[in-house]
Design a protein around this ligand. Structure first.
Ligand code: IPE
Ligand code: IPE
Ligand code: MG
Length: 226
């Protein structure tokens, strides 16, 4: 089976550049090419949804110069609406966007509204995303609505991902074996693949091997193997 939704933790950009004695920003620049490639591969291999972890709530602790460069990259990505519209891609964002510069927030909103009717690949970008922030925001909004007890459906509908299926597969590049505050609830029953490849080196061969590995997994959801 092909996973319907793959979520990528795009890690290893900085090290990719450092290994070449280049400033870290070159790694981020090369990482955007990989994102482009993976969007095309998702269409080619008929994955329905891809989520990319682009900026975490913890990434604010990085030097301002690196954060500013990442903003530049986001601005360039957001300026390419036509590219995604032409590919019938529907774009959405998860995370606390309000912390970003106003022009980035506006461009995100524009991208979402101008691709809202597309019914091809769903692309979800996690920007200033962190599961703890997501969950506390959800709890506060449920409390503000007057609820004194909640169901699972209430919680799901209060998450940033309320209109997005949970990931079947979470892939992390860059060799670290951790989730770094990414989709903690949504990945409760996801499969996980951790690869040592750095994100700028992730290519079609790696993508296909991730699909093959997923196809070999048996998902049981607490039941017995059928
Ligand atoms: C991931 O690459 C991209 C972001 C977190 C924005 P890193 O920048 O974390 O790269 P490494 O882990 O330092 O190599
Ligand atoms: C995770 O990578 C966040 C993103 C890919 C956006 P990090 O490089 O920030 O994670 P840690 O610090 O290694 O856990
Ligand atoms: Mg990293």
């Amino acid at each position: 089976m092909t996973p319907s939704h793959i979520a990528f933790i795009m890690d290893g950009n900085g090290r990719w550049a450092e290994h070449r004695h280049l400033p870290r920003k070159y790694g981020h620049k090369m990482g955007t090419k990989t994102l482009d490639l993976v969007v095309n591969l998702a269409m080619k291999y008929e994955v329905k949804t891809v989520t990319f972890y682009a900026f975490s709530t913890e990434n604010w602790t990085r030097p301002k110069s690196e954060i500013d460069y990442l903003f530049q990259i986001f601005r360039r990505f957001l300026s390419e609406i036509d590219k995604y519209r032409d590919k019938n891609v529907r774009l959405r964002f998860i995370g606390n966007l309000a912390k970003f510069p106003a022009d980035i927030v506006d461009s995100c909103e524009k991208m979402v509204s101008e691709t809202a009717k597309n019914d091809g690949l769903n692309v979800v970008i996690a920007l200033n995303y962190g599961s703890w922030e997501e969950i506390t925001t959800a709890v506060n909004s449920l409390l503000a609505s007057g609820k004194t007890s909640v169901t699972k459906d209430d919680v799901v509908s209060a998450l940033y991902t309320h209109d997005i299926d949970f990931p079947d597969l979470v892939v992390r590049t860059g060799g670290e074996v951790r989730l770094s505050n990414f989709l903690l609830l949504q990945s409760a029953y996801s499969e996980f693949i951790f690869t040592d490849l750095l994100w700028p080196d992730f290519d079609e061969k790696a993508f296909v091997s991730v699909l093959d590995e997923y196809a070999s997994r048996v998902r049981k959801y607490g039941g017995l193997k059928s």
